[in-house]
Design a protein around this ligand. Structure first.
Ligand SMILES: [Zn+2]
Length: 320
């Protein structure tokens, strides 16, 4: 049985159970643009009691595991949650680990960098292999000087819907090399256009097998053909913006995309998540409300289980 690295140590893959593949526990960019790192105003939301309460709603609704994709540029400078006073100087990875211990949830932490407006200046200067070495260190030793190990490379973003900055290409190549060294799954952020296929092109050019890649936020580009092409190439389509609360109309769009993917026989490539961050309507949304929507539209329990238990396990381990 394959193992998956969580923030509290490795677990057997069959312990994953119901898994949300793209969430954030502590996260929160207040301003997305700005050239100098210290002026970007990236701040991480740090409210342990609120997060604990929200995560327990997920656990009580049947949630077992969650992938935390708050990468560089989103998790505070040097992984340190960015508020001036104590206790906000806590390292992001440590805060996530504490929450995993407190809730009993399996939390898999991602590493890498988000996308160009969030990059630190040194990322423009470092070599691809040195960058890969940093990522490998996050996976094999620990994140940001802690002993909390990353279990995923992601979310790895690109800024534009249809093309990729050279420095983002370098990031993707470094991620690919770190994957080949460690075997850890890659998850991307691609919005508003078919750029997920370009991410896949770069990763495959580096020798990554497509089934080790999760293309994120696919339904933010409303093209079934785009989704299907990701799956036909062998990668995973993450329908990961299924938010609760006021997002009901978006849920319907999301459902139509999922149905089309199932009708096309691509269920083995479908993943569901919410990308909860500062907004999102709760970690339990899919396992409560959205599950009901799916059922109303004729999605069977077996199909639901494959999308929320079997596929996340396969995606995180590389098992076929
Ligand atoms: Zn995200």
């Amino acid at each position: 049985m394959a193992t998956v690295m969580t923030v509290t140590g490795p677990i057997e893959a069959d312990q994953l159970g119901f898994t949300l593949v793209h969430e954030h526990v502590y996260y929160g960019p207040e301003i997305e643009t700005g050239d100098e790192w210290n002026k970007t105003g990236v701040r991480t939301v740090y409210d342990p009691e609120l997060i604990y309460e929200q995560l327990m709603l997920y656990k009580n609704a049947g949630g077992v595991s969650l992938v935390e994709q708050t990468t560089g540029g989103l998790c505070g400078k040097d992984g340190r949650i960015l508020l001036d006073q104590e206790p906000y100087q806590i390292k992001h990875a440590v805060a996530v680990k504490e929450m995993a211990e407190r809730t009993g949830l399996n939390i898999i932490q991602g590493t890498g960098w988000y996308r160009v407006p969030f990059y630190e200046p040194y990322l423009y200067e470092i070599t691809t292999n040195d960058l890969a070495d940093e990522l490998i260190n996050d996976i094999t030793v620990g994140l940001h000087g802690t002993d909390v190990k990353a279990g995923l490379l992601g979310e790895i973003g690109v800024e534009h819907p249809s093309w990729i900055w050279p420095v983002e290409e370098r990031m993707l190549r470094a991620v690919a090399r770190a994957h080949k060294e460690t075997g850890v799954t890659i998850a991307t952020h691609a919005v508003g256009g078919p750029v997920g296929l370009k991410q896949l092109d770069i990763l495959m050019d580096e020798g990554v097998e497509p089934h080790r890649v999760i293309i994120g936020h696919v339904s933010l580009f409303h093209s079934h053909e785009y989704h299907a092409e990701i799956a036909r190439r062998g990668a995973y389509m993450a329908f990961d913006t299924i938010k609760g609360g006021e997002w009901k109309f978006r849920n319907l769009q999301e459902m139509i995309h999922i149905e089309k993917a199932l009708d096309a026989g691509l269920i083995d490539h479908v993943l569901l998540s919410q990308d909860n961050a500062m907004s999102g309507g709760g970690y339990e949304h899919i396992s409560t409300t959205f599950k009901g929507y799916l059922k109303d539209r004729g999605i069977t329990d077996e199909q639901y289980r494959r999308m929320t238990v079997d596929n996340p396990r396969r995606a995180l381990t590389g098992e076929n």
